[in-house]
Ligand binder design. Structure first.
Ligand code: CTP
Ligand code: MG
Length: 181
């Protein structure tokens, strides 16, 4: 059954995948990953996907996994709910997969004629979730199956778009992001 433990456990497990995008917004700039290359007259990825943003995003997500593992026992006893611990593979695969999903989405946006920053509803909200879950399942299937029951996945797929829209509107209002998506 769906309970508070599942909601909290699912969101906790996804935090190392949520943080990279936001860290990239703060750290972005410098050399674009595609080096300015084009395909069919359009940029491969665009200036919104940079090496610095991607590297800082991955490091921030992996660092967060370490911090969460360190504080999990104390938080568990404070809230009385079980929390997942991150394996080494999951600590890396969650942020790398999240950034990779975002990069793949930019590639698809450019191929479909969308300029940098253009909205692509649903893809924008779920690209990093699908990337993070898929890479983590491939890198550490035992951890993945242990951490995400079907209910956990339902929570992630429903809650993530809401959290994503919320944080992006917040970053836009704070002047950190050019568009509210
Ligand atoms: N960013 C980055 N590297 C990444 C992802 C994001 O440097 N891998 C930074 C860029 O400065 C980017 C900002 O974070 O402009 C916002 O990210 P996002 O909304 O994903 O990029 P967009 O600029 O909207 O570009 P796109 O249309 O390609 O998604
Ligand atoms: Mg964008």
């Amino acid at each position: 059954m769906l309970g508070l433990g599942i909601v909290v456990g699912a969101l906790w497990a996804m935090l190392p995948a949520y943080v990279p995008n936001n860290a990239a917004v703060l750290a972005g700039g410098g050399r674009p990953i595609d080096g300015g290359r084009t395909m069919g007259g359009r940029r491969l990825l665009g200036d919104g996907k940079t090496w610095r943003g991607t590297a800082v995003g991955v490091l921030a997500g992996a660092a967060l996994a370490l911090v969460l593992d360190a504080v999990a026992p104390a938080v568990e006893s404070a809230i009385g709910l079980p929390l997942p611990l991150f394996s080494t593979g999951a600590s890396v695969a969650l942020p790398v997969g999240a950034m990779a999903g975002d990069v793949v989405a930019s590639f698809l946006k450019r191929r479909t004629g969308r300029e940098r920053g253009a909205a692509f509803p649903v893809l924008d909200q779920l690209d990093f979730v699908v990337g993070a879950l898929a890479l983590t399942a491939a890198v550490d299937p035992a951890w993945f199956l242990d951490t995400f029951s079907p209910w956990h996945l339902v929570v992630v797929l429903v809650a993530t778009p809401l959290l994503h829209v919320g944080t992006n509107v917040g970053a836009y209002l704070l002047g950190l992001k050019d568009e509210p998506w």
